[in-house]
Ligand binder design. Sequence first.
Ligand SMILES: Cc1cc2nc3c(=O)[nH]c(=O)nc-3n(C[C@H](O)[C@H](O)[C@H](O)COP(=O)(O)OP(=O)(O)OC[C@H]3O[C@@H](n4cnc5c(N)ncnc54)[C@H](O)[C@@H]3O)c2cc1C
Length: 443
Amino acid sequence: MSGTEQPVGQDQHRRTEVVIVGGGFAGIACAKRLSTEPRTHVTLLDRTGYHQFQPLLYQVATAELAASDIRFDLSSMFHRHAHIDVRTAEVVSVDPGAGMVSLADGTSLAADTLVLGVGAQPNFFRTPGADQHAVPLYSLDDADRVRRRLLDLFRDAAEKPERAEDGTLTFVIVGAGPTGVETAGAVAELVHNVMPHVYPHLATAGARVILVDLGHTVLGAFSDEAHTYAVKQLQRRGVELRLGVSVTGVEEDRLTLGDGTTIKTHLVVWGGGEMAAPLAFRSGLGQGRGGRIDVRPDLTVEGFPRVYALGDVANIPGPDGEALPQLGSVAQQAGHWAGGNIIAGLEGGGRQPFHYNDKGIMAMIGRKAAVAEFGAHRHELNGRFAFAAWLGVHAQLLANTGAEVKAFLAWAEDFYVRPAHRSAALLDPGNADKPRIDWNSAE
Ligand SMILES: Cc1cc2nc3c(=O)[nH]c(=O)nc-3n(C[C@H](O)[C@H](O)[C@H](O)COP(=O)(O)OP(=O)(O)OC[C@H]3O[C@@H](n4cnc5c(N)ncnc54)[C@H](O)[C@@H]3O)c2cc1C
């Protein structure tokens, strides 16, 4: 692909070949925007073949949802669109100048326009042992690993109660941003409110959930009121906070902190940071903070007007010049906008700078506890109102996948008011893969 506006080899009878790498929020939204544009032929590549709805991974990790509830098959999503091909394939390298992507099976694909929406990967900040012994929460496989480990450890403790001394029932979550806070809240509810109903004879009073962060607050990006609210809600759920201290090492059976403390544990969940997905490091494109690809306001990469980078893999400039946060709504809106810019290019129009419609920031700390902040002045809500806002934003994100939003709303409402102990039934091994969201109920 040349650095000019003219796509290589494009003539007026041929459809513009758009290759989208990544079926996350950004990739899907871009493909959807192009789904009504017959002058394009779109190939959507994803290494898993499905979309994983990351905002609810912690619910899968704590057995409140089955993996199938948040896994959306990409082929089914686009089967009605003849000019969109979905392929399960891993892209191993990119040649942005030539508009080529190379696949793990040794083949390659040529594009007139290339869209990179490959997301993020955990950043362990070179913490010794973390990549080997801590479990991140970025994929359904990760969530499944956390769920299995939690349940196995309880089973072990039930069989050998003396093992509690070895940290069998001590669970550590690293990172007090939204992912860590939501996970800590959910694990604490599972440990303190659900498990006693599964193992009544087991003294889960000895079980601990510890949230560690180098910063001195939880939900650092939120207001002081939100910090106070979140701390209170976490502590009410029995979460111990270890703030202002770094993690200096993770081993199979322990975690060490910068203050010299050692915590015996067999499960460390890493929500401690993220960086661009590996493909960004093999793209030859300019990378900025977090290894993310720097993009221009119109979402293309400097020097490559037909290469877009979107969502978590990109540093997208916001109105104040700072990069926008790594959020589903940023990725989704950027995908839609990039699709619009691709169409504008077909019509000989100019690409427009991306305008982000800020939906605010929010986190669900547990049942009956959520926090949300909106607008330029970060108007703050908590409790039931914040939950309503959380529902609205997540319903909109889910709608992107074509999922039946009413069914999700019904499940979420039930989850929010359902007493925790009722979740004990979900822990029956026979129920692990049974969908919790009744997608057919809304038909
Ligand atoms: C635990 C967790 C909770 C979150 N909660 C919220 C929330 O409540 N609200 C919110 O707004 N945001 C939330 N986020 C952030 C949000 O999920 C991300 O910002 C969003 O998923 C980014 O979308 P994306 O399309 O850029 O990437 P992703 O959704 O990560 O999708 C990337 C896709 O690319 C594919 N891929 C990667 N590399 C390759 C390759 N080499 N070849 C082929 N395919 C590849 C992957 O399989 C994946 O399907 C959360 C994130 C996490 C991890």
